[in-house]
Design a protein around this ligand. Sequence first.
Ligand SMILES: Cc1cc2nc3c(=O)[nH]c(=O)nc-3n(C[C@H](O)[C@H](O)[C@H](O)COP(=O)(O)OP(=O)(O)OC[C@H]3O[C@@H](n4cnc5c(N)ncnc54)[C@H](O)[C@@H]3O)c2cc1C
Length: 404
Amino acid sequence: MIDQADVVVIGSGGLGAATAFYLARDGSRHVALVDKHELASQTSPRAAGLVSHARSTDLMVELVRHAARNIERFADDTGQPLEWTRSGSLKVARRLEDVAVLESEIARAERLGLDAEAISPADAHRRNPFLHEEGVLAVARVGDDLYFDPSQVAIGFARGAEARGATLLPRTNVTRVRIEDGRVVAVETDAGTIRARVVVDAAGAWTRQVAEASGIRVPIVPTRHQLFVTEPLDGVHDDLPIVRIVDAAVYVRPCSGGFLWGVFEEEPRQFEMDALGPRFEIADLELDADVLRRAADDVRSQLPALRDAKVREHRGGLPTMTADAQHIVGPAPGADGFFIAGGCNVAGLSISPAIGDVLANWIVQGEPPLDLTPLSVERFRAAPSEERLRREAAWQYRHFYTSA
Ligand SMILES: Cc1cc2nc3c(=O)[nH]c(=O)nc-3n(C[C@H](O)[C@H](O)[C@H](O)COP(=O)(O)OP(=O)(O)OC[C@H]3O[C@@H](n4cnc5c(N)ncnc54)[C@H](O)[C@@H]3O)c2cc1C
């Protein structure tokens, strides 16, 4: 155990580990990366590993491009392995209103120089023969999209940070960030106190608990999300484009000769972390295979293989939703030195190589390298009631492909 650091990062998932890595790589700060569980063991390794470039704002497109660049050079930068494939993606509209969504995404993507275009259902089927034309009204192809092995990202960043001098402290529970006269002075853990003037709350589903112990509100709702990985299927290869079906909110990508696929369900299960108890970890999360079976039924005309494929793995985790589906990144008002990297909105792992880089820069330089005001927690100053927050967060989850 150490008793002092320049920066303490709480949480070794994608967001925290990436921040610790880029801080350690800068070399001007001593960084401690603290996790109450084993390193990189909670929601991050359970993700799908999809990187989507067609986003609803220019800022998000810029951040995703930054993240994709850092993913491609991950192994060189961190010295740790990361398997990734630039497969491109096909986004499918089955309803007229979703055709307009795809058109506006393509227009933004083209304006920002992405490799995006509308293609015919027949062309989509040719590119991914597992996607059938029946009921498909329109398809947007994004050539920039990629996927990666989610189990390698957070641990790779953590090990890369350690190699550059960061101290890793697994199985160390942060109980409170001590704030005196409006600034961070220390982090209290169950193994002792670490004096530090900067802290990053990247505690995933627990981000809110960590912040609230210091009187800071972070309005996010931990929301269960789950996926299946199938046994290998004839004809599946790594380069098949990712498929997303907008209204069904189903996604699928190749995985070890089979498919990995998930769904944003109609009635998502939301969680209150305190109610789960102090010993809860994501491995204890109750999963529900029926949610996925119903989704396979919904898309049976377009993706018939999902209904019949044998399931090899069923996994899930607790990403956190905000009321507007945008992340929460940056300083907490009224607590100098307290930064937040949360509100992942089921897209936090893919963006973590950008958020970590940008946040590290912000901490070292004292100002952000690009304007992140839209992601500030201050936008929620007029905090909605808990009931409204949960309602809006559920809506954002259900409408993932039309709002994110
Ligand atoms: C099935 C599924 C599919 C997904 N697909 C994608 C995808 O395709 N693309 C994408 O970008 N994202 C995806 N996501 C979302 C992605 O997994 C999350 O956005 C991301 O992992 C969040 O990372 P995190 O660092 O915030 O959280 P976590 O990985 O949960 O890390 C938080 C860490 O904080 C630690 N911690 C908590 N409290 C404390 C404390 N008091 N003291 C010390 N440590 C503490 C925890 O132990 C944990 O290790 C998916 C998620 C799921 C579940």
